[in-house]
Design a protein around this ligand. Structure first.
Ligand SMILES: Nc1ncnc2c1ncn2[C@@H]1O[C@H](COP(=O)(O)OP(=O)(O)OP(=O)(O)O)[C@@H](O)[C@H]1O
Ligand SMILES: [Mg+2]
Length: 218
């Protein structure tokens, strides 16, 4: 399956989610090809740190290349694509063959508006005979129950036509910053922390058939 992680806005957590999801799938024993189509090459840099530190298994990251759509289509195993609007032509190409597009959305009204605009771009990019499922979720949700922004943003996302809102949020947790700088997924750094449990619930909702596979961690 080709899963594109994209958003119109920068800094919403695309690379963070792509990296952690890639490692989650690998730990389930599933082959993964990750594509970093963003000129910043963040995902590629994280995978390099991971390889240099000797963490196993390594995440194989491919870069933008000619005939990208064919490369994505013919990869065996799961394909995870990290792309932003900095590379619009590649983003359109990836969406034209994607089975689903996952949009991380920080909990704010401007982010919801941007998602609405992004929906139009996705529709534009989807080819005549490919209509990817569009899944949005709140990333960096506030951890304090009295703060209502995440509920409000989630509700607003749910009103956008054509968008399915994932039932599992990822909360604002400092361990995600470590994850990127150390090349380890949050559930590798601290297997039973809140972020690890939240990420497992999130990834399991995306890949329910893999949810029950034991990765050997306690
Ligand atoms: N749930 C979270 N909790 C805390 N920090 C987070 C979370 N998700 C992402 N971050 C942090 O937010 C910053 C931006 O995340 P990331 O680089 O993944 O976003 P991006 O959408 O890929 O950005 P860009 O558009 O620049 O490619 C990073 O420092 C990352 O560690
Ligand atoms: Mg990024």
């Amino acid at each position: 399956m080709i899963t594109v992680i994209a958003n119109l806005k920068g800094g919403s957590g695309k690379s963070t989610v792509a990296f952690n999801l890639g490692v989650w799938l690998l730990k389930k024993g599933h082959p993964v090809a990750a594509y970093d189509l963003d000129p910043q090459l963040t995902l590629s840099d994280i995978a390099t740190v991971r390889r240099e530190e000797g963490y196993s298994p390594p995440l194989q990251v491919y870069l933008a290349q000619e005939a990208l759509a064919d490369h994505l289509r013919y990869h065996p195993g799961e394909v995870i694509v990290d792309v932003g609007v900095a590379n619009m032509p590649r983003m359109k190409e990836a969406i034209s063959v994607a089975h689903r597009v996952i949009i991380p959305v920080p909990p704010s009204q401007p982010d919801v508006w941007a998602t609405q605009r992004f929906m139009a771009m996705i529709k534009d990019a989807a080819s005549k005979d490919n209509h990817p499922e569009i899944l949005a979720f709140i990333n960096r949700a506030d951890t304090h129950h009295a703060v209502r922004e995440s509920d409000e943003a989630e509700e607003a996302l749910g009103m956008l036509p054509g968008v399915t809102v994932l039932p599992h949020r990822l909360y604002q947790r400092t361990i995600y910053r470590r994850s990127l700088s150390e090349g380890m997924a949050v559930f590798e750094i601290w297997p039973n922390c809140k972020a690890a449990r939240e990420f497992d619930a999130f990834a399991s909702s995306l890949f329910p058939e893999l949810a029950k596979i034991n990765t050997g961690r306690k």
